[in-house]
Write a protein of this length. Structure first.
Length: 270
């Protein structure tokens, strides 16, 4: 019996000791990894506290690169993650990712995407065909084509040049290295603060797109754990230790995710 007990412990040990993690993907958000990683670690410690987990239960990983997000979601096998809507549409159903909370940013749980140009250069996307189009959203081409453009345009219609930094793309537009830049809501709001912001205008605006927030892996977490994390995140931005993280990412609050709000974009994706 003692021998079999030792064997059982050896068999169970890898699963029991397997590290748990949270991956935060924020491509094109204008937040540097060196600034975000400490905030992400602090955020996770507070989530553990509010959710009733032992401190250090989860290891955080932050990336601002779409390709690194794809890789880490496979390699790190996170229990929870903060991902883009494009990632969730591509992997959510098949890989078992359940939306738990949705961020509210500037009073909204949706955002729109715009294409901006130098004033007086182009009137619409038709005139932009074949021209250099930059921007961070282009790192997810299927999302842009199916959801942002709703199937009306393909990136091959343009000289698409994905960029990792919105500011760099906007400067390239100002310096005539690009003819247009696609931006999300947060990036568009920052244009007014640029010295050349008044020289730019939007020629395209998408339909409102629901924001994606924290998702839970149904095969690596229990229903109780997912409810605990959902409740913890709802009180997160109002907590003194959570305000810094929410301010860094421009988040007002986290609200419970209603799966039905994604039905329209799921239909576009299919």
């Amino acid at each position: 019996m003692r021998r079999w007990g030792i064997v059982a412990l050896l068999v169970l040990a890898p699963a029991a000791l397997e590290a748990r993690s949270l991956v935060l993907c924020y491509p094109g958000g204008g937040v540097k990894a060196r600034d975000a990683q400490p905030s992400t670690e602090k955020m996770l410690r507070l989530v553990e506290q509010l959710g009733g987990w032992k401190a250090g239960t989860f290891e955080p990983f932050f990336t601002a690169k779409a390709d690194e997000c794809e890789r880490w979601m496979v390699e790190k096998k996170p229990d929870f993650a903060i991902v883009t809507l494009g990632y969730w549409l591509d992997h959510g159903a098949s890989d078992g990712w359940e939306p738990l909370v949705q961020p509210k940013v500037h009073g909204k749980t949706t955002e729109v995407f715009r294409v901006v140009v130098r004033k007086g250069t182009y009137r619409d996307l038709e005139g932009l065909k074949g021209k250099a189009l930059g921007g961070t959203p282009l790192a997810e081409p299927r999302f842009v084509e199916r959801v942002v453009f709703q199937g009306r345009y393909r990136l091959s219609d343009f000289d698409a040049r994905p960029t990792q930094q919105a500011l760099k793309a906007l400067r390239a537009l100002h310096e005539r290295e690009l003819e247009a830049v696609m931006v999300n809501d947060q990036q568009y709001r920052s244009i007014d603060s640029l010295p050349f912001g008044g020289e730019l205008e939007a020629i395209f605006q998408s339909e409102p797109v629901p924001l994606m927030g924290v998702v839970g892996q149904v095969q690596r977490t229990t229903p109780d754990e997912r409810k605990r994390l959902q409740k913890a995140m709802q009180g997160f931005c109002g907590h003194p230790d959570g305000k810094g993280f929410c301010e860094l990412f421009g988040i007002d609050a986290f609200l419970p995710a209603n799966g039905s709000v994604y039905d329209a974009v799921r239909a576009l994706w299919k």
